[in-house]
Ligand binder design. Structure first.
Ligand SMILES: Nc1ncnc2c1ncn2[C@@H]1O[C@H](COP(=O)(O)OP(=O)(O)OP(=O)(O)O)[C@@H](O)[C@H]1O
Ligand SMILES: [Mg+2]
Length: 319
């Protein structure tokens, strides 16, 4: 998704980094909501903020919109300090549950937002089409389902074709079908905008984001591309199926593979880096061990998350 524009600092032709945070902190009284967060979001990325309840996701998004002031650190959004009126016009946001006037229709609610920003009603029609809400547009919002409200919120964020979309848990409360539809909507949006998206649903981040920061209690515990994060997490664990067990054990002990090895019947889990695998397989075969399978273990983002943050958080895997 990343386009390959020159983003080197100081380069005059550089497309600015869309979001840049350096050592950002924020406390609410005694609660340290954000602790020294540093990250960069490049143009065209779908960037995920992943973390359990209270991790600081919403607070970070509020900071980017200038709704909350950070205590320390530097924040740049589209090259400017947060809350800059010129850049705010280029940002669409959906933070927590979208607020609408309940007795007005979805269309009128959007028209109010659009007119306040000098946008024509045709723009309202456009965003209603994008979120597939044309059929319900003239019904009162009070009769909308949670999923319809969520889509209306996204429609509001899309007004004026923003170049940065900030979506706080956009699939909150959606059923699997609605979640899938939202996912493909986000993918479509990413063709025209940079998307910053928060979630505690790991499956969602895994499927829709290019890059992810994992937050826990306000702190960055990992920042990487989704594929790197997944492969890094499975990097050292190798599963070996081999027989007979006693002979296998003897060879493992004679090689460096013994340290940290665990066994379940004829299946072994070993901690080995890439170079160790061929040497071990050769030693096993030479000793007369029957090697049935050797594979590197791949962990889901959920397991990676638990490994990074401890397993006491109420995080569930999305579908
Ligand atoms: N306005 C506020 N006043 C006091 N404390 C706050 C305020 N906003 C956030 N906090 C605290 O800051 C921490 C981070 O909250 P935040 O809402 O950013 O987390 P989150 O990652 O969005 O969580 P969730 O997944 O539940 O939405 C929490 O401990 C929260 O209680
Ligand atoms: Mg939140």
């Amino acid at each position: 998704m990343t386009d390959h524009q020159d983003v080197r600092p100081g380069s005059t032709t550089a497309a600015p980094v869309v979001v840049e945070l350096a050592n950002v902190t924020k406390a609410f009284g005694a609660v340290q909501a954000v602790r020294g967060v540093t990250l960069r979001v490049e143009p065209g990325q779908v960037y995920g903020l992943l973390g359990p309840n209270g991790a600081g996701k919403t607070t970070l998004m509020r900071i980017l919109l200038g709704l909350v002031r950070s205590d320390a650190g530097t924040v740049r959004v589209l090259g400017e300090p947060p809350g800059d009126p010129r850049t705010l016009r280029r940002i669409g946001a959906l933070i927590e549950s979208p607020a609408f006037v309940p007795h007005l229709s979805g269309r009128v609610n959007l028209q109010v937002l659009a007119r306040a920003r000098g946008l024509p009603d045709a723009e309202v029609d456009r965003v209603l089409r994008v979120v597939d809400l044309e059929g319900a547009a003239d019904r009162r919002v009070t009769g909308y389902s949670l999923g319809m409200r969520q889509r209306l919120g996204v429609a509001g964020a899309l007004l004026g074709e923003p170049s940065l979309l900030i979506l706080d848990e956009p699939t909150n409360g959606l059923d699997p079908e609605g979640t899938a539809a939202m996912r493909s909507l986000i993918r479509d949006m990413a063709a025209h905008a940079t998307v910053l998206l928060s979630s505690h649903l790991l499956g969602e981040i895994q499927q829709v984001c290019d890059r992810v920061v994992v937050l826990d209690k306000g702190e960055v515990v990992a920042e990487d591309s989704v594929s790197e994060l997944l492969s890094r997490a499975g990097e050292r664990t190798v599963v070996l199926e081999a027989q007979p067990a006693d002979l296998t054990e003897k060879v493992l002990k004679a090689n460096d593979a013994w340290s940290g090895a665990t066994r379940d019947d004829s299946s072994w889990r070993l901690e080995l880096d890439g170079a160790g695998v061929p040497a071990l397989v050769r030693a096993l075969v030479e000793a007369g061990v029957e090697v049935h399978e050797v594979r590197r273990e791949r962990r889901s983002l959920e397991e990676v998350f638990f490994a990074l943050t401890g397993d006491h958080h109420p995080v569930r895997s999305g579908t």
